[in-house]
Design a protein around this ligand. Sequence first.
Ligand SMILES: Nc1ncnc2c1ncn2[C@@H]1O[C@H](COP(=O)(O)OP(=O)(O)OP(=O)(O)O)[C@@H](O)[C@H]1O
Ligand SMILES: [Mg+2]
Length: 616
Amino acid sequence: MRGIIHILKRFLPPYKKYVSLAFIFNLLTAVLNVFSLATIIPILQVLFKVNTQTFEFIAWKGTDKAFIDVVLNNVNWYVTSLIETYGGSYTLMMLAIALIVMTLLKTASAYFGSYFIIPIRTGVVKDIRNNINDKILSLPLGFFSEERKGDILARISGDVNEVENSVMSSLDMLFKNPILIVIYLVTMTILSWQLTLFVLVVLPIMGFIMGRVGRNLKRSSFEAQNKWGELMSQVEETLSGLRIIKAFVAEDKISKRFHHGSNQFRRMSNRISRRQQLAHPMSELLGTITIAIVLWFGGSLILGNNSIIDAATFIYYLTIFYSIINPAKEFSRSAYAVQRGLASMERIDKILDAKNTITDPNVPIKLTFNKSINYKDVWFKYNNDWVIKGVNLTIEKGETVALVGQSGSGKSTMADILPRFYDIQKGGIFIDDTNIKDLKINELRSLMGNVNQDPILFNDTFYNNIAFGVKEASESQIIQAAKVANAHEFIMATEKGYLTNIGDRGGKLSGGQRQRISIARAILKNPEILILDEATSALDTDSERLVQEALDVLMKDRTTIIIAHRLSTIKNADKICVLKDGEIVESGKHETLYAQNGYYTKLCDMQGNLMTEESF
Ligand SMILES: Nc1ncnc2c1ncn2[C@@H]1O[C@H](COP(=O)(O)OP(=O)(O)OP(=O)(O)O)[C@@H](O)[C@H]1O
Ligand SMILES: [Mg+2]
């Protein structure tokens, strides 16, 4: 219960208006229901001719009798006078019409009660969804190597859904059912406090039994949702790895793994749903038992003639009491749903409450970049092993620095820690003697343009993919950038030119085409610092030469960090740093390094053919 109130406190405030409207209409519904059921008293009295009493009209004002007695008396007076004047059958018809009108009002009001709860439900869910999305955008890259993508998708879809159901139920629970139950109990107390006292002893016993069934539900739900997350991760993997799965004929293996998880999830769902379904028959049975007890108890009192209540009123009393069963049943069912929702909320909160470790400094220093970038004794690790080990590196403004080394030596990592995609653990990176941790992250990242090892494109047009990194760009600028990146021709060859959609992650393009689009994007952004991580690795030698020419123009007088396997592409760099296991083992210009006959020479010679072809 505390959990759900906490959730509501967090998410309801923007919807206060709807909450009060729903509350008002639910209250109205309960009152109208009590009155519409009340028509049963005169109906029974007419049918069984039990009323031998005669009634006098009591003036509404200026009487010292209780209001409820006046109402009952005057209604009775009106009914008896109707019977006297028009006869029993006509009176019944009038009562039936009154019943219909009352019920119409009641159901209309109940409808409006739910009508105003709907925007609350959809609103809360929308807020949670948006919160997760924005949180994902703000969290550092490091967070996602541990949390699998499919699992996050499961949270955004499955768990938010669970919360939706539970929020909906809890709203009913908090705004509708208790109101109904309270109003009914009050009516019952007015009708006969003795019987009601008796009921109040029996009801809590029933609630206690119901509560026992609901235990453990939250735990099993949590486990089931985790399993669901796992399954979604697998689907995500299957989708992105379909090519490899087919190539290695691993369909069976993947299928088995999925079926296994899927079956486990099914078993868990069975257990949860069965337990939840138990709420319905349990409450019905227990409700009927209580009614039977009250029927027997009250009936004996009436039969025993020490009647505290007349027969017609007793039947009315029972109908009111019976009306409690439904909200009570809903109450218990929603209490179970809430358990599931709470489990999901916990999983969602693992994302929402995740601490963002890469944040802006409290007092940011104004960014300037006039002199240099400095890596000073930088140590970095992703998990347990140091990946960058005490690197010192100075990049003067306007210089092109190349990072070379074997696969896994830490080149991409060196480039990723500069825009603070990851924060280093020891040492510092400085731009013009200002630690990058003292800069505003957005300003820092705006300084740079990335062309990555695997180009990241979006399911959008060529045009928008190139214009992605800039606020405004004219068409001519975009075409110019595409021309420089040697992408204009193949773009124009597509059906709609720049307005052609490139598919999910650029799936409709070749690897080299993707790379050229991502180069065009960097060219358009025209950043002060250019980071090229294997920017041309997917191009054939011919297009590479064309793009390389374009990049050479771009790199001229611009600070550039370039990472390349093909050493021929970096031979003109102002400085080449050779990385080995996270350390810079050699650095200098190509000719001096090559002449040293060290590690770099070995790397070059391994690519011998290429080197000679490029006339070293
Ligand atoms: N997200 C990550 N989480 C954990 N470890 C990582 C992560 N990314 C890279 N590593 C590890 O860090 C080391 C350096 O990786 P990095 O990507 O910097 O190498 P690289 O020099 O760019 O290699 P390549 O030439 O193959 O691109 C590797 O041993 C790799 O296993
Ligand atoms: Mg790399």
